[in-house]
Ligand binder design. Sequence first.
Ligand code: NAD
Length: 298
Amino acid sequence: MTGIKRHFENVTVLGTGVLGSQIAYQTAYSGFPVTAWDISDERLDTAKNSLEQLAAIYEQEVDGAAGGPARAALARIDYTTDLAEAARYADLVIECVTEKLALKREVYVQLGRVAPQGTIFASNSSMLLPSELADSTGRPDRFLAMHFANQIWKHNTAEIMGHAGTDPDIYQAVVGFARQIGMEPIEVHKEQRGYVLNSLLTPWMDAAEYLLMDGVAEPATIDKTWRIASGMPQGPCEVMDMIGLATIYNVNTVSGNEKSRAAGAWLKQHYIDQGKLGRTSGEGFYKYTDQRATGEAG
Ligand code: NAD
């Protein structure tokens, strides 16, 4: 592996929103110095609060985190709005900015200009392919996707997907890094929108939306059928409420499948436009008083 560091010393995370803050924290918790970058001081202040909250969650939910380790992780994170400063010592930059192709490409153009030649870039994009971003990085051989799941401390997959020009040694170095921060690396052998997880999950949720949209069955009936007959703990409507119906709608709208886009429009009209966004809003397909569904259709 010539010229490629096997062990990354410094990691930078671009974007400190939902996933960026989790990735920054998990990386710091695993012992790496982390630089968190965002576009404004206000965003970084919000990030500091999110990271404090994450430390508290780890103390409660992660074995061994209480009594020091969770707090120590916070001390390993630096914050900046200066991209050049963020990238200066980075062996790996994990990009977690808003899921918009043009925006991500612009960030990579800026980053490619200021980052050291050897720095590897990884995108946490959910739906974009690395080949759609690679040329904007100025270093396509050192670029790939590493996709984390929400609530990284318990849903610890890192789906790793290169494009045709990704250096295989870079790919393996990133696989090794994923392991070092406690992730289960999922090696995706070729480009696939949605990686492994969403390639499985999306058609399942789409199918439930079609049953609803076509008036075939109610949410509770669909979920009951799935739970009893498959032995799985949750049905698709419960899962969609947990993910959030706005996210489901966004996935529908970028789908290449016409019926999925129609289901998105149906979901918007019957749920989203009425403020029924899933668990976080207290109502989606079900009503929620606390963290439990009342069993009543929303
Ligand atoms: P988010 O909206 O919580 O955070 C987006 C971040 O991008 C913020 O830090 C924001 O300040 C930054 N940003 C906004 N405008 C910017 C600009 N012009 N230039 C640079 N940065 C800008 O989003 P998120 O949910 O954390 O998603 C970030 C990435 O992670 C997306 O690619 C998304 O697909 C992916 N992802 C999200 C989830 C999830 O469950 N939320 C799961 C896996 C992957």
